[in-house]
Design a protein around this ligand. Structure first.
Ligand SMILES: NC(=O)N[C@@H](CC(=O)O)C(=O)O
Ligand SMILES: [Zn+2]
Ligand SMILES: [Zn+2]
Length: 357
């Protein structure tokens, strides 16, 4: 990594948690990731969800077609596909996934926990044990949306309670299963991942590094700051920053970029998800610099993820420039709009690349 006052050059990063969606919106949002990121773990929570290897293969083709149509051949980008775990995913689908060469993880959405999770899992060990055993056997990572869905549990406590109710029993039963605690948001989560035995890692989003829950109510209700797991108190943001910048190989970049059209966010019942991908590296650099840890950015963004997934590090480099840059108020998508995270805010860093506008 090469850090100077005016620029920052690092191994091209990967995004280990990305929602690309499908259809027209896929074409628009893909451009925000390509160039910046070499690869991305593509989330399977489409409607209908990607539950079978054939569906993942077809979705991958649509992504590659969109890439070809929009970015052209010059931009290389590899979508790493995932399957959506259900109560009825058979172990055979895991063996198929392992043989496919295109599936890199299986995603747990506790039923009802988040966007498009209705088909998710109702009882992980009760319903999925043989499938999880197959995953452990073939080394297929389980990517977990780590929140309980019990309505009696306060929404700000759902991640911490998930550790005791789901994560620990799961990992006691299957100690060799590779697990990614996705979009970590709490001090309890950071400490658990840091200290636990066995193969575990976590992704951290730019928004959970930069904002606490006050941002949701800053002068009025702010739907574009709403995602799940919801932003937490400042002590949790501090703990996440410490985890991301502290040199542990267990924490790596996952934007959880989750675009929803403006009208779906600015609504009486707005969707959860922050659109972060197009400005992700500038956002992460801003967060790392805020604690004087820019020198840790490359490990977090470009090295730790490939090591956990057993993949090579990217060969290309990217450069961020120190140039104050104001994130646009909105980005057009056909006749509609997406409002990016931090719209209207000025960042001290910019990733200037052809596919990035
Ligand atoms: N993070 C979110 O708030 N939303 C994601 C789903 C998810 O990652 O939980 C989405 O698909 O919109
Ligand atoms: Zn999630
Ligand atoms: Zn997500």
């Amino acid at each position: 990594m090469d850090i100077s006052i005016n620029s920052l050059t690092l191994t091209q990063p990967d995004d280990w948690h990305l929602h690309l969606r499908d259809g027209d919106i896929l074409r628009s949002v893909l451009r925000g990731s390509v160039g910046q990121f070499g690869r991305a773990i593509v989330m399977p929570n489409l409607t209908p969800p990607v539950v079978k290897v054939e569906q993942a293969a077809a979705y991958r083709k649509r992504i590659l077609q969109a890439l070809n149509d929009t970015a052209g051949e010059t931009q290389e980008f590899e979508p790493l596909m995932t399957l959506y775990l259900t109560d009825d995913t058979p172990p055979d689908e895991i063996y198929k996934a392992a043989e496919s060469g295109i599936i890199y993880g299986v995603k747990l959405y506790p039923a009802g926990a988040t966007t498009n999770s209705a088909a998710g899992v109702t009882d992980l060990l009760g319903r999925c044990l043989s499938t999880l055993e197959a995953m452990q056997k073939v080394g297929m990572p389980l990517l977990m949306h780590g929140e309980v869905t019990d309505p009696k549990i306060d929404i700000f406590d759902r991640e911490a309670v998930f550790i005791d109710r789901v994560m620990i029993p799961l990992r006691d039963a299957l100690p060799e299963l590779k697990v990614v605690f996705e979009h970590l948001t709490t001090r309890q989560g950071a400490e658990y991942v840091r200290d636990a035995a066995g193969p575990i890692a976590a992704t951290i989003t730019p928004h959970h590094l930069l904002y606490n829950r006050n941002a949701l109510f800053n002068g009025g209700i702010r739907p574009h700051m709403y995602c799940l797991p919801v932003l937490k108190r400042e002590i949790h943001r501090q703990a996440l920053l410490e985890a991301a910048t502290g040199g542990s190989g267990r924490f790596f970049l996952g934007t959880d970029s989750a675009p929803h059209l403006r009208g779906m966010k600015e609504s009486a019942c707005g969707c959860a998800g922050c659109y972060t991908a197009p400005y992700a590296m500038a956002l992460y650099a801003t967060a790392f610099e805020s604690v004087g840890k820019l020198d840790q950015l490359e490990a977090f963004a470009s090295l730790n993820g490939p090591r956990f997934y057993g993949l090579p590090v990217n060969k290309r480099k990217i450069t961020l420039e120190r140039a104050s840059y104001t994130i646009p108020d909105a980005l057009s998508v056909g006749d509609d709009e997406l409002v990016p995270l931090a719209a209207g805010e000025t960042l001290p860093w910019r990733f200037a690349d052809a596919a990035y506008t």
